[in-house]
Design a protein around this ligand. Structure first.
Ligand SMILES: [Zn+2]
Length: 237
């Protein structure tokens, strides 16, 4: 049993350091994933806008062709007007000319609207490409920063993890489970705390003298009545 408590003290030191290293990396992983999401969104929106531009371009081109065709028709009808022999025929051709004019008007509106849309899409696409470029640059910066921090902490972290495995291996399973349960339940990640001035070193809950004596012996797992952390005696050696 005293063995367990010694191990717990070292385990706590390791876990505290691991938590510090994690804090050092800060919110960089979160920043990275946010930037990636944003980049994906912008890229798929860009593709969508490009497709719309392409469709608009086709529509404009088709309107242009239609206008040409209908103008030729209109011209033909005009020429026919000179050769008509009856009023009825004249009226019929006039009607064709009206239809042609209306169609041309309609297609000209389509052409103009498509031209305007094309211009605004061009501008929008240009902006999107700029934005995407900026996000990519920012992403590269954050990636680099993250990698640098990882490189600094990686070696220390892997050594700590190795030592942690060894300690856990030597620890009684129920004690380890208890330690983990307390540690994970605490925001500061501290499950093992030393007694200071006859009180819990964390929550300052006073400890009765009889209990102090037991804790000093370090042969039983004793828990603080205030915060539920495992109490240990100062390691003076
Ligand atoms: Zn306490």
């Amino acid at each position: 049993m005293p063995y367990n408590l010694k191990i717990l003290m070292e385990l706590q030191q390791i876990d505290t350091r691991l938590k510090q290293l994690e804090t050092l990396r800060g919110d960089l992983p979160l920043q990275l994933s946010r930037l990636k999401d944003n980049l994906n969104d912008k890229q798929s929106y860009l593709e969508e806008r490009k497709k719309t531009l392409e469709e608009t371009h086709k529509k404009k081109h088709q309107a242009e062709l239609d206008i040409k065709v209908w103008r030729q028709k209109e011209e033909r009808y005009h020429n026919q007007l000179f050769r008509v022999t009856s009023n009825r025929e004249y009226d019929a051709i006039q009607l064709e000319i009206e239809t042609a004019k209306e169609t041309i008007d309609g297609q000209e509106t389509v052409f103009l609207e498509a031209t305007e849309l094309e211009e605004s899409l061009d501008a929008e696409i240009k902006d999107l490409i700029n934005e995407i470029q900026k996000i990519k640059e920012e992403l590269e910066d954050v990636k680099k920063e993250f990698q640098e921090k990882l490189n600094v902490t990686k070696k220390e972290e892997s050594n700590l993890q190795k030592r942690r495995e060894e300690l856990i291996h030597d620890l009684d399973v129920p004690v380890y489970r208890m330690y983990e349960r307390i540690r994970k339940g605490k925001q500061d990640g501290i499950a093992v705390i030393q007694v200071a001035e006859n009180a819990c070193g964390r929550c300052r809950q006073a400890i009765p003298p009889q209990k102090i004596l037991e804790i000093r012996r370090m042969n039983r797992v004793m828990v603080c009545e205030g915060c539920g952390r495992i109490l240990v005696w100062q390691n003076d050696e």
